[in-house]
Design a protein around this ligand. Sequence first.
Ligand code: DAH
Length: 315
Amino acid sequence: MSNLEELKSKLKSLSAEYAKIRSLPPEERRAFGEKINARKQEILEKIRSLEESKRLLDIKPVDVSAPFAKNSPAPAFKQGTKHPLSSELEIVSEIYRNMGFNVIESSQLDDEFHMFDSLNFPKDHPARDGYDTFRTEEGFIPPAHTSTMQYRALTRFKPNLETLGQIAVVIPGRVFRNEDADATHEHTFYQCEGVFVSKTATLSQLLATWKSFFETYYGQSLNIKTQPGFFPFTEPSLEFKIEKPKSLGGKGDGWLEMGGCGMIHPNVLKTAGIDPEIYKGFAWGGGIDRLVMLKYGVSDVRLFESGKLDFLKEF
Ligand code: DAH
């Protein structure tokens, strides 16, 4: 008989002892009861400690040098899913790729030159304050817009002007602004920038390009509207709006601001080493989170960065 079984049978025989209490004279009952109770606790304690050592002995040793799957053949976690913004950014990039654009990713840490100087922001001009820009102590900038990539897109793809007669690039990326967050504002969000240069680029090509992007993304024809805007890196500059898609509850009276655009300012082309007397360009840029919110009826932009699994699992 194992030690454990022995103890368990002792425990059983103790129950018979309890029955004896009644046959004892009343003045002895209490002392007798206490004695068997103490005995019972003692046995129970021994059983507990024997069971614990048995449990420890049963644990299989871990081979720390083995690949993960050997020690845990059936991982206890489930396969995750892509973040909705990652999936939508892939869709956005694919639409532009099909239209003939190169796709490059935006930088997440940049500097004064790319964020402002190369984009024709005059030095110490108040327009630099309009972007709620974060700065690191070392003077780096987590960019507040994907336009921070325009100089790189222009210089990197400049050889295409010789070979293809055009530069066509889109730049999706993460941007940061020092803003108070609410249901429609986040300090961290996504934008997609577009840059096109050729000898004959026109404003109507710009509007047609951006419009057909939105129509492909929402899978239906859309009305667009533009209003004059101001950006130091475009002249003229426009604000671009689309009519709220009918499939998403639009009744023809909801115009949604989708971003800014315009003809690339000659100074921006010049800084990138492209002769504005020969080449013209257009550029556009707008938020991605808002596109996705409209597509799926997401009411609070903060959900995207919240890490809330309930929300993320819906996609
Ligand atoms: N970068 C601007 C913003 O975040 C949007 C923008 C305006 C982008 C005009 C452009 C442009 O490329 O040409 O507010």
